[in-house]
Design a protein. Structure first.
Length: 185
């Protein structure tokens, strides 16, 4: 597989509870194409069906299910037109497995290297004031910080440059993202 760089695909990453999803939802409300985080959907589906693909039950299966969803999401975005904002990208799976202390399977590494996004990736820093747990987000703030660190290490290894999002309102973050080369269609 040849690496495929596409500047139309823009990733927002970081730890849980740092405001990524709120930012993605605001970008969607402003008319931008978005792709939701795979992990939440996988958790919701696995809980509904009593499946084993949960981070607390089988992290390896959870990672494979996220990979399948993210591959579909990436392919759909590549086939389309205009910019697409992603709530996490394929390298997040590498970061997740690293965080869990699991080895990175060759196929996961290859996909993270070859299926590309815009070189500049936005990363949401840990932000205690907005952090909250919910039905899918079971991590505590310390794990959110470790996840942020894993993503901050993973993305540059795959050739991405990180731009940290400000700890600011959702509207200010939207402006920040659009002003940092992610505006337009």
């Amino acid at each position: 597989m040849m690496p495929q760089q596409t500047d139309r695909l823009i990733v927002i990453t970081g730890g849980p509870g740092a405001g990524k999803t709120s930012l993605i939802e605001a970008l969607a409300a402003a008319g931008h194409a978005v792709r939701p985080e795979a992990g939440r959907a996988v958790i919701r589906n696995q809980q509904m069906m009593g499946g084993r693909g949960l981070p607390s039950v089988d992290p390896g299966l959870f990672a494979e299910l996220m990979l399948a969803a993210d591959l579909r999401s990436h392919a759909e975005a590549v086939a389309g037109h205009g910019k697409v904002f992603f709530d996490r990208g394929l390298p997040d799976i590498v970061g997740y497995l690293t965080l869990c202390g699991w080895p990175i399977p060759d196929h996961v590494d290859r996909v993270a290297r070859d299926l590309r996004y815009r070189r500049t990736v936005f990363i949401a820093p840990p932000w205690r004031e907005i952090f909250a747990q919910d039905a899918e987000r079971k991590q505590d703030f310390a794990e959110a910080e470790r996840t942020y660190a894993a993503m901050a290490e993973t993305y540059p290894r795959y050739g991405y440059a990180l731009v940290e999002l400000p700890r600011a309102s959702v509207a200010e973050r939207v402006i920040f993202v659009l002003n940092h080369g992610a505006g337009g269609s």
